[in-house]
Ligand binder design. Structure first.
Ligand code: G6P
Length: 455
């Protein structure tokens, strides 16, 4: 049966695990996009989610015809997929939108880039074709993120009857960074996006950057801002599960009565974990009174480890944390506790315990951690927040804001956060939690549907 509402995203709501006996089990997919969209689609039972098979187990599931209701996985050739996902989406587009290039060396647009770009085009075409097959007459299609920037244009050519939206979960590159792309590639990228009726972003800053980059060509496409928030009730219920209570007891035993500075991120270059650790080290030096009295809980779970630059970054995070522990640690005090497991229960336990939340990305589409911690923290937490996070637009008034490159200012903000009087902390946390829950995933999704279809 053809669908009236379709979502397209690289990552699906689930992925498969292939056991040694050959059986396949479905697991929930990871990442901010997946958790937000899954929550939104729980209220759209008729919707179809089209995603890529990410692993051999996923491809096996597609071949065996194993399917969950409401999900269609595309079995894309592994080489094409790797070029599109790792080679272009994560190495070029992610770096462009987050301004991550080490400019004296990168980017390099050569023959290898061109081959990968062709794969990216083929991968986008596969999504457009699948959507064209599955969509009912006049259906609404919501395409997600930089992986699928060419889909709106390609789909429009196949099915002019559809209502098409594109939503970007990352920042949008400034015109200077967008201008680094070869002219024809930049034009194709923009034309792909502008095939949509509606182009959405988390914040006005990213929408403005898009309009500035697209220039007059953007006239036919509506840009709009839908700042994704968290569902407070869901999140609090998740944080009260017995599993989280157990993790909390474990963390309390490790931390004792010391204060906590908490961060939770994928090990991601844009999250600025290294400067966060440098700021913590500077705090322990310039304010030695905090030695023995604070613990930094840094959860940095692995991400995109197929890319060498991410493996190197992960290693640097571990090394710097070990250096700080070697420099300041004593037999009864470990200054930094790094956790590299993707353990949401432990993260929620850390949120509950947080006195200070450190969210200092260099550039980030939204950053939902900044919104989750105030909702879950028990005693109220002081939020140290980068001006580069999308969440800065909504949370700046009650956060201690920092330039993400300014390690000394970040160290000072950590000190201010640790010394913030309890009543002020509680008041600010209340307001931060209210702002964070203003547009929960279901409302975020419905607002886009409404803007797209008028319904
Ligand atoms: C960011 C992107 C999402 C992506 C997530 C995880 O939040 O905006 O699209 O789902 O990172 O990245 P991954 O490469 O693991 O899917």
């Amino acid at each position: 049966m053809a669908s009236q509402v379709l979502v397209a995203a690289n990552r699906g709501p689930l992925s498969y695990v292939l056991a040694e006996d050959g059986s396949l089990t479905a697991r929930r997919g990871g990442g901010g996009l997946v958790s937000g969209l899954s929550a939104a689609l729980a209220r759209q039972p008729e919707a179809l989610w089209i995603c890529a098979a990410l692993s051999d187990a996923d491809r096996e599931a597609v071949r065996r015809g194993v399917a969950e209701p409401g999900v269609r996985m595309l079995d894309i050739d592994p080489g094409t997929y790797d070029d599109a996902y790792n080679g272009i989406a994560n190495s070029v587009l992610w770096f462009t939108h987050h301004h991550l290039y080490d400019i004296p060396r990168e980017p390099v647009f050569d023959a290898r880039f061109r081959r990968r770009w062709d794969s990216y085009t083929a991968y986008n075409d596969a999504f457009a074709e699948a959507l064209a097959q599955e969509a009912a007459e006049g259906a609404a299609v919501l395409v997600q993120d930089y992986h699928l920037a060419l889909v709106p244009g390609a789909l429009r050519a196949l099915r002019p009857d559809l209502r098409i939206a594109h939503f970007t979960h990352t920042p949008w590159a400034s015109p200077e960074f967008l201008g680094m792309l070869p002219d024809d590639v930049r034009a194709r990228l923009l034309n792909g996006m502008l095939g949509a009726d509606l182009v959405g972003f988390h914040t006005e800053a990213w929408a403005r950057a898009f309009r500035a980059g697209a220039g007059a060509a953007a006239a036919g496409t509506k840009t709009a801002v839908f700042p994704l928030g968290v569902d407070g009730d869901d999140l609090r219920a998740l944080a009260r599960r017995p599993e989280v209570d157990d993790k909390l007891a474990g963390l309390r035993a490790e931390v004792g009565d010391r204060k906590t500075i908490v961060r939770v991120d994928r090990t991601e270059l844009s999250k600025n974990i290294l400067r966060g650790l440098l700021a913590y080290r500077e705090l322990l030096t310039t304010h030695p009174e905090w030695q023995h009295r604070v613990v930094h809980l840094a959860s940095a779970y692995p991400s995109r480890q197929d890319l060498e630059v991410y493996r190197a970054y992960t290693a640097s995070v571990r090394e710097l944390a070990a250096e700080i522990n070697a420099e300041f640690g004593t037999p009864d005090w470990q200054p930094v506790l790094v956790s590299v497991e993707d353990d949401f229960a432990r993260s929620l336990a850390a949120y509950r315990l947080a006195d200070v939340a450190l969210v200092n990305p260099v550039r980030d589409g939204m950053n939902l951690v900044a919104k989750e911690i105030p909702v879950v923290s028990e005693a109220g937490c002081a939020l140290v927040l980068s001006t580069g996070a999308g969440a800065y637009e909504e949370l700046r008034a009650d956060a201690l804001t920092v330039n993400p490159y300014d390690v000394s200012r970040t160290a000072e903000a950590l000190h201010e956060a640790l010394t913030m009087p309890a009543p002020e902390r509680a008041e600010r946390t209340k307001r931060l939690a209210a702002a964070s829950t203003a547009l929960p995933p279901s409302a975020w999704f419905e607002a886009q549907l409404k803007a797209l279809t008028g319904r």
